[in-house]
Design a protein around this ligand. Structure first.
Ligand code: OOG
Ligand code: MG
Length: 256
């Protein structure tokens, strides 16, 4: 890790972009970041949010599809944190003025029934989940035009901005389920098998990255397993996501 970088000021730049809803240029234009440095910046960024009273309530995966990994030229998923300030209830309005250029994507959410733990005693994440649900994630890269490198997006808490989870369902295998997301008249369809072949594999990948990065996975945490399709722009419309057999979740973009 490059120890001479000022992680705090890089994290502050991303934090201010989010707070002021103004995009910023790629950090990679100015500094050489490796993956360790990128996770260190993300940790500071989350620290600022905690200092403002936000609570960490989960984690999210990104780049869980082969297509997205190939596009970024990487072979490892990315992990970000979810806070209570990002959570929207099923059916709620979502004020588009709070974002820079929001997009929405279909997700599968898992709930942790017990702590995963760290180090030697760490358990399999898949053994610790107790429920599953249809979810949507609102991603809002703090970088201009959603243009970023792998390390940029890790530093930017993997573009996480908001999310909503539908009604929790009993734990079940959710590979190869049809997924449909609509935003007004726009629609994308896909399958949960786009998520590393099976969203359960995303849980294994999450365990690996969290152990490596010292990210805690605790009972009650929500896990977003990664988008099953490309994201759609979130406009002032009803957005609805359905995963076959898992139910649906709806949010409504508004300009308050
Ligand atoms: C990065 C976030 C990716 C997912 O589910 O793949 C992500 C981005 O595309 O801005 O959340
Ligand atoms: Mg996502």
């Amino acid at each position: 890790m490059n120890e001479t970088l000022d992680f705090d000021s890089l994290a502050r730049r991303l934090d201010e972009a989010q707070m002021n809803r103004t995009d910023t240029s790629s950090l990679a234009d100015d500094v050489d970041l490796d993956v360790d440095a990128a996770y260190a910046i993300q940790a500071r960024l989350i620290g600022f949010r905690e200092q403002r009273g936000e609570k960490i309530i989960g984690t999210k995966l990104g780049f869980t599809s082969k297509a997205k990994m190939a596009q970024m030229g990487v072979s490892e998923v990315i992990v970000g944190r979810l806070t209570d300030a990002m959570q929207i209830c099923d059916g709620d309005d979502i004020d588009l003025n709070h974002f820079i250029h929001p997009k929405i994507e279909p997700e599968v959410a898992y709930r942790l029934g017990q702590d995963v733990g760290m180090g030697e005693e760490a358990r399999d994440v898949a053994e610790c989940v107790d429920a599953v649900a249809t979810a949507v994630e609102i991603i809002d890269s703090r970088y201009r035009d959603f243009r970023f490198t792998y390390t940029d997006v890790v530093a930017d808490n993997t573009s996480a901005a908001a999310f909503a989870v539908g009604a929790w369902q009993p734990l079940q295998h959710v590979d190869n389920r049809a997924v449909r997301l609509t935003v007004g008249n726009a629609e994308v369809v896909g399958s949960t098998s786009a998520i590393l072949g099976d969203p359960a594999r995303a849980l294994r990948a999450l365990g690996r990255v969290c152990r490596q990065r010292g990210i805690q996975l605790r009972a009650g945490d929500i896990i977003l397993a990664g988008a099953a399709t490309a994201a759609l722009p979130l406009t002032a419309d009803v957005a609805r996501c359905e995963v076959a057999g898992l139910g649906d979740v709806t949010v409504k973009g508004v300009r308050a």
